[in-house]
Design a protein around this ligand. Structure first.
Ligand code: FAD
Ligand code: DLZ
Ligand code: SF4
Length: 512
């Protein structure tokens, strides 16, 4: 019986159990389609990385003897959507069975469920085998507790379950679950940031095909020296390079930002992980093994901090996504309605922190966590930008952005639009935070120490106005009550001045 198996653009794991045996009755289908390139405006590097990754996997599968049907973006017979091309492939192969791996996005899940129901063949969904936990694993962990889900509780359960960084007595290594307090240093140039270990593939031909097909994109393509790994072998080389060069200082400088280095000591592995070129288990194990082999050079605090991102945050975020979809994308708990400023698409803004973080994102399709959370996201939150606009920008711009991971980070963690379900406090900062953790304020057109003057840093008035506007909601939150009480405690005249300044900044947001 002939079978068609779909491989999505973010399911590029060549070690999936599907590929262990060559079965001439099975055809693997991969497709470059406008339904997937156009549901949001994507960064050029994201489209390039996904197409190039799919082409590499297709070549590998063919090389191993598997049968592959590949739809290129410019092919005349490309129906340009998942169901249309699946119908073509099933007809061509006279397939009586259809299989696909569990997708990670709610929209795609719906499309494939509808196709299974209508394709007139036997159909089955198999696990992608990528994640450490099931889609509903986080929901099951918290059970009937529908209030706030604390990541830390889930993370500890995952440490126990995986045995990662656990000692022989079943206690956390080093006697503590979390070494975050050690991970908050600014970076002043020492130790030197590691040299980039990115690749330089020439994707010029593919970029021309994408342009000829009329796929809309934004951002710098970097097609002639493409820096991202395109297959598992390259991704493993990136993992090894990070463990050797980045991990030793990852913890100390996890929250630092600097104009001279886009990544500092971060791994840039989210892309390879999200495309499933690497598994979360092997990434976390590589860090733990390196620490065990040389604890003097790779401290426990750095290793624990990194492992927490992978087996804690990443899995937790996915669980929140599946628990809250559909509908999560529409959440706007703080009632923010300001349109996203147009300079998000150009980087042309005088605020140096935003110019740098947005400019870097447009140039490289990457920003590290604190740039996303405490510069770009924080600005949107205190300015009161519509969360849906923020979501659309974040989903398009980053190489690693897939809705299952992007949406909870934006709607929950960054914009606090879900009523505090995911994050116990809104993450935002005034200029003092940016000035402490980066060198952005040096040479900025604005004064980080001023709140109300003509050249005062816009973040300051917006930040205090944010707490004033939402004082009722947050006054009793023990994690942020101080900031709110400080705002409420301002003399009335100062409150009026802050409100007026923030209103003027919002009205003039396009000219910041
Ligand atoms: P590192 O700092 O080296 O961390 C290692 C790995 O941990 C990452 O590769 C990633 O897989 C995982 N990780 C760390 N933090 C998170 C987190 N909060 N959620 C999920 N995984 C995490 N991550 C995405 O993969 N895709 C997104 O679209 C995305 N959007 C974000 C939007 C906002 C507003 C914020 C605040 C965070 C977002 N993140 C997203 C999480 C995080 O910022 C990125 O995973 C990280 O910056 C990727 O860079 P890195 O690989 O160098 O990470
Ligand atoms: C993001 C993306 C893009 C830009 N293009 C494709 C594509 O042409 N073919 C494909 O199979 N997948 C693509 N993807 C990824 C999907 O849109 C979707 O985000 C993921 O499969 C969801 O987990
Ligand atoms: Fe950003 Fe304000 Fe510092 Fe300028 S002064 S870099 S706008 S925080």
């Amino acid at each position: 019986m002939s079978t068609v198996r779909l491989i999505l653009g973010d399911q590029l794991n060549p070690e999936h159990p599907w590929f262990r045996e060559v079965d001439p009755g099975v055809t693997y289908v991969l497709m470059e389609v406008r339904s997937e390139t156009d549901y949001v405006l994507h960064h050029a590097q994201k489209v390039l990385a996904i197409f190039a990754g799919m082409r590499r996997l297709a070549d590998q599968l063919r090389g191993a003897g598997h049968r592959v049907r590949y739809f290129r973006i410019g092919d005349a017979d490309n129906a340009q959507d998942l169901a249309g091309n699946l119908r073509i492939a099933m007809r061509e192969r006279k397939a009586r069975r259809f299989e696909h791996q569990e997708p990670d996005e709610w929209r795609v899940d719906q499309v494939l469920a509808a196709f299974r129901a209508s394709c007139g063949a036997e159909a089955a969904v198999v696990p992608s085998g990528h994640f450490l936990d099931a889609r509903d694993g986080v929901a099951r962990h918290f059970g009937a507790d529908r209030g706030r889900w604390l990541m830390e509780s889930y993370y500890r359960a995952m440490r126990r379950r995986t045995g990662l960084l656990m000692d022989a007595r079943g206690e956390p290594e080093g006697g503590k679950w979390n070494f975050d307090h050690d991970n908050r240093k600014p970076w002043k140039g020492d130790p030197p940031a590691p040299r980039p270990w990115d690749g330089a593939a020439d994707l010029g031909g593919l970029w021309r095909e994408i342009q000829d097909a009329g796929v809309p994109t934004f951002g710098e393509p970097s097609a002639s020296a493409f820096p991202w790994p395109l297959d598992r072998k390259e991704a493993l080389a990136h993992l090894r390079a990070f463990v050797k060069r980045g991990l030793p200082d990852f913890g100390d400088y996890e929250d630092a930002m600097h104009t001279s280095s886009d990544r500092l000591f971060h791994s840039r592995l989210s892309h390879a992980l999200n495309l499933k070129l690497l598994s979360p288990r092997e990434v976390a194990e590589a860090a733990v093994d390196a620490h065990r082999a040389d604890p003097g050079r790779i401290p426990l605090a750095a290793t624990e901090g990194f492992v927490r991102q992978i087996i804690g945050w990443r899995e937790y975020i996915r669980g929140v996504y599946w628990a809250r979809m559909p509908g999560y994308a529409e959440a706007n708990g703080l009632g923010h309605e300001l349109p996203l400023p147009s300079w998000f698409w150009t980087g042309k803004v005088r605020m140096n922190c935003l110019r740098h973080a947005i400019g870097q994102s447009l140039a490289t399709a990457y920003a590290h966590h604190i740039q996303r959370l405490m510069v770009i996201g924080s600005f949107c939150l205190v300015a009161g930008v519509r969360p849906r606009d923020v979501d659309r920008w974040f989903l398009g711009v980053y190489i690693d952005a897939f809705e299952w991971v992007e949406l909870p980070n934006v709607i929950g963690m960054s914009q606090h639009a879900d009523g505090g379900f995911l994050a116990s406090k809104p993450y935002c900062g005034a200029a003092a935070y940016v000035n402490k953790m980066s060198d952005y304020c040096k040479g900025c057109a604005y004064d980080p120490k001023d709140r109300l003057g003509p050249l005062a840093c816009p973040l300051n008035a917006l930040y205090w106005d944010f707490w004033l506007r939402h004082a009722d909601r947050f006054a009793n939150n023990p994690r942020i009550g101080m900031a709110v009480r400080q705002a409420i405690g301002m003399p009335e005249a100062e409150k009026r001045a802050v409100r007026a300044k923030a209103a003027a900044l919002r009205a003039d947001i396009e000219s910041l």
